[in-house]
Write a protein that binds this ligand. Structure first.
Ligand SMILES: Cc1cc2nc3c(=O)[nH]c(=O)nc-3n(C[C@H](O)[C@H](O)[C@H](O)COP(=O)(O)OP(=O)(O)OC[C@H]3O[C@@H](n4cnc5c(N)ncnc54)[C@H](O)[C@@H]3O)c2cc1C
Length: 404
């Protein structure tokens, strides 16, 4: 009999996995269950669109390895399918001498991670690359690119379906049970049976994992990232991607300027607590979601440590001028009137019980159910490599508990 593999979640990670499994040519029936009426509605369709080259990640970590491999697979896929893949390049900009040490450390990591073409540039060369950007030095990554991850997901899904995958939308998974005989899934009134299940549930992944008997730690804390867009007449202020030197205490990269494949330029995202798992605006408040976040000891410990940053982010969220000020440190000509509100995204950031923000990708396995517990940026970049990694687990380790 065919092996039956179910995948919960039709974002880029779930769909890339279906694509991978369907393409392996094994005797496997793969089914994707997505609760929304279309694929890629959440994180995958609401991000910066950057194909990260792998600058920041601890050498040897899953993020470092799967990001580099993901770039390779994604660029090949886009080339083979005629999808836009714009290697517009990126500069990470040091505003003053005090930031040079951290910039140098990122350079060393990037080299250790095998990122090609990395170079430190001085003030003059920065001006040549980005004439409107101010800084004392920058790290230039010429291969960092942009794509439309929603479009990539739809193309992966189309090809997976052509190879036999069953991709269903409008099917919310409400219950998961597992025993020696298999995994039972209740999805919108139907009861489905699988031999193995992979949870790629993004903002709901911890809840789904708990339904399947996985431990409750870590939990997803939803952080909204708000964007503005440069007014069309001001898009010439940047040529490629302009990033600050990130604060090593946080997994977020700071407000940056990002060129999109359609020519628009995004400014953002910030990071504020979302009041619902899918809370794209301040007024999107779900008392149950918020109560769950506030009750998680890890959230309270994290908030006690980082409340000052939290307050600053909220001010930037409520005031266009404050948001503009953050970006104007890099592009002094920028005016609040240049910024038009754009749509926001919400990051599924795993926070451990001890209050640490889980930095690396985390994938755990309990019996027949694999759950992706932390897949923040650069998981869209890495999606095809995450899929390759999980497919290896599914077919090589058939028993027990693992995490990686
Ligand atoms: C603001 C922002 C900027 C980012 N920028 C970048 C970037 O530039 N580059 C990069 O590489 N990454 C970036 N990321 C990260 C990237 O978007 C995510 O890591 C990636 O999209 C994760 O994909 P996913 O498939 O795991 O999650 P999602 O895309 O969130 O997909 C999960 C899916 O599961 C479905 N689901 C949930 N519960 C159920 C259920 N019960 N039943 C059925 N379906 C369910 C959801 O509806 C959803 O479609 C960014 C993220 C954000 C939010």
């Amino acid at each position: 009999m065919n092996r039956r593999i179910g995948i919960v979640g039709g974002g880029i990670v779930g769909v890339a996995l279906a694509h991978r499994i369907a393409g392996m040519g094994r005797d496997v029936a793969v089914t994707v269950l997505e609760k929304e009426p279309e694929l890629a509605r959440h994180q995958t369709g609401r991000n910066s669109g950057v194909v990260h080259a792998g600058l920041y990640y601890t050498p040897g970590s899953l993020k470092a390895r799967l990001c580099r491999r993901g770039v390779e697979l994604l660029s090949e896929f886009c080339a083979a399918h005629g999808l836009a893949y714009d290697r517009c390049g990126k500069v990470v900009v040091a505003l003053d001498q005090g930031e040079l040490g951290r910039l140098q450390a990122i350079h060393e990591r990037a080299v250790a991670n095998g990122v090609p073409g990395m170079r430190m540039v001085g003030r003059e060369e920065l001006r040549e690359l980005e004439p409107h950007v101010r800084g004392v030095a920058a790290l230039h990554s010429p291969t960092t690119a942009v794509v439309d991850f929603g479009e990539v997901t739809r193309r992966l899904a189309g090809e997976a379906a052509a190879l036999g995958a069953d991709i269903r939308t409008g099917v919310p998974v409400r219950a998961i049970t597992q025993d020696d005989g298999g995994v039972g899934v209740e999805a919108d009134g139907d009861r489905l049976a699988f031999d193995q299940l992979v949870i790629c549930g993004g903002l709901h992944t911890d809840r789904l994992a708990r339904l399947a008997g996985h431990e409750g730690d870590p939990r997803v804390v939803p952080f909204r990232g708000e964007y503005y867009e440069l007014a069309p007449g001001r898009r010439g202020l940047v040529n490629g991607l302009v990033y600050p030197v990130p604060d090593p205490r946080y997994p977020f990269l700071g407000v940056h300027l990002t060129r999109r494949v359609d020519g628009g330029v995004l400014v953002g995202p910030n990071a504020v607590l979302a009041l619902a798992r899918e809370g794209y605006r301040w007024r999107d408040l779900r008392p149950g979601d918020l109560a769950e976040t506030l009750a998680w000891p890890g959230f309270r410990r994290m908030a006690a440590r980082h409340w000052r940053t939290g307050v600053r982010e909220v001010v930037g969220s409520l005031s266009r001028r404050a948001f503009c000020d953050a970006a104007r440190r890099y592009v002094p000509e920028l005016q609040p009137s240049d910024l038009l509100r754009a749509r926001s995204g919400v990051r599924a950031q795993a926070v451990a019980r001890d209050g640490t923000l889980v930095d690396d990708f985390r994938i755990s396995r309990q019996g027949r159910v694999v759950a992706i517990r932390n897949a923040p940026s650069p998981a869209a970049t890495s999606s095809m490599a995450i899929a390759e990694h999980i497919a290896t687990w599914l077919f090589e380790n058939d028993r027990g508990q693992t995490s990686g």
